[in-house]
Design a binder for this molecule. Structure first.
Ligand code: SAM
Ligand code: ZN
Length: 271
């Protein structure tokens, strides 16, 4: 498996400390070992993706094990499927990616992690040395057609056409999205009336839905942990100062999780 140049889409070849294509576009390997494949002209903002603050909050929360059952659910699916080449898109600070690489340890093959946030990839690459990380956008995956056996997408944006291009026929995409009651108690503090998250079925042209799993459990959090959870959610900016104070002073905070994990198989005929 090789990377593709994000500028001209020809394969990148590794030299001493960088990767280069036939058209002499060059990408250096960072000190932490990751590859930055997000050219400045593809950036929509100066620092795209999640900020350092959000990444730190997510790492603290995930390290405490609160979402471990979700990681185990997906790891079990991967154990059964045994993909050789795997990519985690929007991988963040690598909590899931690192575990997926472990599932595959000793079986050969490769695990890739991709995120548009450079801070996130720096955190990920420092900790999970067995994964090949890159800064890139999921809108343009820097990988060849039909090069991945599995792509994982956990709470991250994607481009369905790119998934269909990069996953091998017969390979899979595994998605994790919020179910109706996900973080209900946290939302209750923020919204006057909580709308249960009714998911519109995902559009995945060229894939067939093979399996749906619904891991859900109750988290017994401290107030401080609930603050960290709120910081890593997209509705943090809606929370009033009183909500932050209330959580900060809370001793216990009980909150539901509710996830939908779907396994999609790539059709065998070409698009
Ligand atoms: C809600 S976080 C989920 C992170 C990780 N999958 C997890 O569950 O811990 C969404 C991630 O998608 C990344 N992201 C946002 N837009 C992206 C894009 N266009 N391409 C790749 N990653 C993107 C963000 O930087 C962030 O790390
Ligand atoms: Zn090039």
């Amino acid at each position: 498996m090789s990377w593709l140049c994000p500028l001209c889409y020809s394969p990148l070849v590794q030299t001493a400390k960088s990767f280069c294509c036939d058209n002499r576009h060059q990408f250096d390997v960072a000190r932490e070992g990751y590859l930055n494949l997000l050219p400045v002209q593809h950036k929509r903002s100066k620092e795209p993706g999640d900020s350092g603050e959000m990444i730190q909050a997510r790492r603290a929360f995930l390290d405490a094990g609160h979402y471990l059952p979700l990681r185990e659910t997906i790891s079990d699916v991967l154990q059964q499927l045994s993909p050789e080449v795997l990519l985690d898109i929007g991988c963040g600070e690598g909590y899931y990616t690192g575990a997926f690489a472990e599932v595959r340890a000793g079986k050969g093959g490769e695990t890739y992690g991709l995120d548009v946030s450079k801070v996130a990839i720096r955190y990920a690459a420092r900790r999970y040395r067995g994964v090949r990380f890159c800064v890139a956008s999921s809108q343009r995956l820097p990988f060849a057609d039909a090069s991945m056996d599995a792509i994982i997408r956990i709470f991250a944006p994607c481009n369905a056409a790119e998934l269909a291009r990069v996953v091998k026929p017969g390979g899979v995409v595994i998605t994790a999205t919020p179910g109706p009651r996900h973080l209900y108690q946290l939302k209750e503090l923020i919204y006057q009336q909580v709308e249960l998250h009714h998911e519109v079925s995902e559009e995945m042209p060229h894939f067939i839905l093979k399996q749906t799993l619904q891991p859900a459990w109750n988290m017994a959090l401290s107030g401080e942990q609930a603050v960290t959870l709120l910081q890593m959610t997209p509705f943090a900016w809606r929370a009033r100062a009183e909500v932050w104070q209330q959580l900060n002073h809370a001793v216990h905070f009980a909150c539901e999780t509710d996830f939908v994990v779907r396994v999609w198989e790539r059709e065998k005929d070409n698009p």
